[in-house]
Design a protein around this ligand. Structure first.
Ligand code: NZQ
Ligand code: ZN
Length: 392
């Protein structure tokens, strides 16, 4: 295991109806005037936004509001949010929504105290100051409610880029599983895929002797394999929703990834897909992640066998471990298909002819991207080709 620091200061407020306490948590974390930030309408339709406003009024918290965050959130709305916060004197941002709304809130939070263009933070500069962010989560997926990360798409050129800094971790995150019951099955499945991908990006490592984090990773994966079909068949299954919601947080606040080398190449490859086609991040991952696995599994067959036997209960083929490793990947792709995810470019709405564009946008050039297996531009193109043609 490698040396590490683990700093995860977010206060998690978990359970049914807890959004009614939002105003109290704003006050507790020093907010007086809030920018209430939300998405395209689900929080309005469900009445959640009104309940959050009511809690502000009860607690004497002032607010202004900015809705309209799109999935794959855009820089253009971030600029509006920064302006609005400055005009209104907002001292905290409360995101009501999923990863897109939270990431947009984090971008605004970093942009308000910064004199330059907030996009600098998505071009390599680390933010040093930010307004505090609070969250009312409505979808278990991106894990932004507990992560230091934010991913924004620059509308000009549809360039999707991320930043990360501990000051961007939310001060508090309210997680009410009941709020996720209105999710359409497709979004539920996209979220489940993203959660599993966040674990796999940590699981496939070259670091030895990481038994504790291996086992934590497997616990999250096993939970997702068990609970996702339950919520797909019964969207109102509160207990299954509750397990998935906490799994989404655990998968990405890095408790399962400390002390080990990680590999974020599937996410990198996916971000170019959702940047170019504006598809759901989880759907893009469903196409990319098994393709990446097929490309790299020979690098460490026994690690893939571990995944196959422990997560998907495959029988170990001692005479030919490669068969078991490959079977694990097949089980993963079948699982994604069974929950309604696309498995190849055609099902995703992507085009094989665009592979050179995707590779160009990845920006590996003539170098290599670090990871479990280092990737060249040609390797990335091959993974996209495997993804383009994948079958069950
Ligand atoms: O906009 P509304 O109307 O709310 O609809 C949303 C949106 O269309 C809908 N939705 C959310 N909660 C709902 C609901 N519909 C009905 N009932 C509810 N309770 O779901 C759709 C997707 O929402 P979005 O926020 O985009 O989903 P997700 O949480 O998957 O976030 C995806 C974004 O997060 C980024 C992704 O790249 C993508 O841009 N990521 C952020 C990370 C981070 N900050 O740590 C890490 C991830 O790897 C990821 O890259
Ligand atoms: Zn993700």
């Amino acid at each position: 295991m490698e040396n590490f620091n683990f700093y995860s200061p977010t206060e998690f407020v978990f359970g049914m109806g807890r959004e009614s306490e939002c105003g109290e948590y704003v006050k507790k974390h020093g907010g007086h005037k809030v920018l209430l930030h939300y998405g395209g309408g689900s929080a309005v339709r469900s009445g959640l936004l009104d309940r959050v406003k009511e809690s502000f009024e009860k607690s004497g918290v002032g607010y202004c509001e900015l809705g309209g965050v799109q999935p794959n959130p855009r820089d253009t709305l971030v600029y509006k949010g920064i302006e609005l916060c400055r005009c209104e004197g907002a001292d905290m941002i409360v995101a009501v929504g999923g990863g897109s709304v939270i990431d947009s809130a984090k971008a605004i939070a970093a942009g308000v105290p910064y004199e330059g263009d907030f996009w600098d933070f998505y071009s390599g500069k680390a933010p040093e100051k930010a307004l505090p962010v609070g969250v009312v989560l409505t979808i278990a997926a991106a894990g932004s409610e507990g992560s230091p990360d934010s991913v924004i798409t620059k509308e000009e050129g549809m360039l999707k880029r991320g930043t990360g800094a501990d000051i961007l971790r939310p001060k508090f995150s309210i997680l009410d599983p009941e709020l996720t019951q209105t999710l359409p099955p497709y979004q539920t499945a996209c979220g489940a895929t993203d959660i599993m991908a966040h674990v796999f990006e940590r699981y496939f490592t070259n670091t030895k002797d990481v038994e504790i984090t291996d086992r934590l990773c497997e616990a999250v994966l096993l939970t997702m394999v068990k609970e996702t079909p339950r919520v797909i068949s019964d969207p109102d299954d509160y207990q299954a929703r509750a397990n998935i919601m906490w799994a989404g947080m655990v998968a990405h606040n890095n408790i399962v990834g400390v002390g080990r080398q990680q590999d974020w190449n599937s996410h990198g490859l996916e971000h170019e897909l959702s940047g170019l086609y504006d598809c759901a991040h989880g759907a893009g991952l469903a196409v990319i992640m098994p393709a990446w696995m097929e490309f790299v599994y020979k690098h460490d067959i026994m690690r893939f066998c571990q995944m196959a036997t422990r997560v998907f209960s495959c029988d170990m083929d001692y005479a030919c471990p490669e068969n078991t490793a490959y079977e694990g990947i097949r089980c993963f792709r079948n699982f994604l298909h069974s929950i309604g995810m696309p498995i190849n470019f055609q099902e995703l709405g992507a085009r094989e002819e665009d592979i050179p564009v995707l590779v160009e946008k990845l920006g590996i050039g003539s170098g290599k991207r670090a990871g479990f297996v280092e990737l060249s531009s040609e390797d990335a193109a091959e993974i996209y080709r495997i993804a383009a043609h994948a079958e069950l």
